[in-house]
Design a protein around this ligand. Sequence first.
Ligand SMILES: N[C@@H](CCC(=O)N[C@@H](CS)C(=O)NCC(=O)O)C(=O)O
Length: 380
Amino acid sequence: MDGAPLEAGQTSSMYSTMMRDSAMGLPWWSSTGIFLCTGLDRSSSSLFFPTVSCSISCSTPFSFSATTTRFTKGLAQPPTTRTAAGSPELSADCSHRNGLYIYVLASEFLPKEESIEQKRSQKLQSLRDVCEEHSIAMAGGGDELKLLGMWASPFALRAKLALSFKGLSYDYVEEDFKNKSDLLLSSNPVHKKVPVLIHNGKPICESQVIVQYIDEVFPDAGVTLLPADPHDRAVARFWAAYIDEKLFSAWILVFRSKTEEEKAEAVKQTFAVVEKLEGALSECSKGKPFFGGDTVGYVDVVLGGFVAWVHAIEEVFGLNQFDAAKTPLLAAWLERFDELDAVKEVMPDIGRLVELAKMRQAQAAAAAAAVAAAAAGEAN
Ligand SMILES: N[C@@H](CCC(=O)N[C@@H](CS)C(=O)NCC(=O)O)C(=O)O
């Protein structure tokens, strides 16, 4: 590839590493599951795969993307293939919508969901190397996004959701809280917490700040999260702050409750907050499916970060917070939100969260028992 702009309908075979799903003996395009699509494109705005609703960020002159895409239904026939320079290697279909093209140069079936993030990072790195080698300008003048997170963190999930809804590629670094990286400690010296987004070497901390930053800096990518109207924007920020202040603290009470009375009080507080959020959804959505209206917006992302834990809490504590009988709008919202491909792509495994929650509960119970035993020993 010589770095000259690709023409519509033309692709490069540079990264044609399509693999067969050997386990099933099927060609990749007829499989179902997660695919990693990587490529360079030349477009001027976001577009969507026709078969899946996964947005990919595109900016001029070139951007690269590595996005995971869930094919819930394998394709019935191979996608159109176009090759450059008569190469026998093929590229996946070029989606074409509204006159824009995307060149997906490689689609690789990922049989193991856990490997997605590492795989995505590796592919991005190889694309970056290729861009450097061929002097190809990268999206937004070489935007480099790195996210420091932890798989179970609802706050890190917010940042992942925002990046996913925007279709932005990023490197992901999983942090170990027992041994935080120097990068985390130097990037967020005040709180030393995740998430931290590092954009072209500059760190941005606090999940809500990160989501707003992403929306501001990449206005043309994917969906717009913050409302255009200043009053609507203020209302969205108000409810986002309410979620962190009230819902999260009610959950902490649920987790820390030691007696049935304490748990009942914590559950009561949780439902009171959720009831207010039902009103918020009605106010922000104006009768549409999401807080953001027809598409997800800022409050959807902020509350969306908590969705994995809503499911885990239901399994661990038997607490169905978004109950269709009590809060029908939120119950329907949750179902809708869970079904979005951009959400599925980044959602942690609920079973793993349940295990973590049970382990933390057992640790807290053991610590409380040790304190009680020590107090009893002192009294004797
Ligand atoms: N207000 C912060 C909260 C971030 C937060 O609490 N992160 C937790 C993970 S869920 C963390 O990094 N904990 C590490 C620690 O406390 O050492 C935000 O919205 O980003």
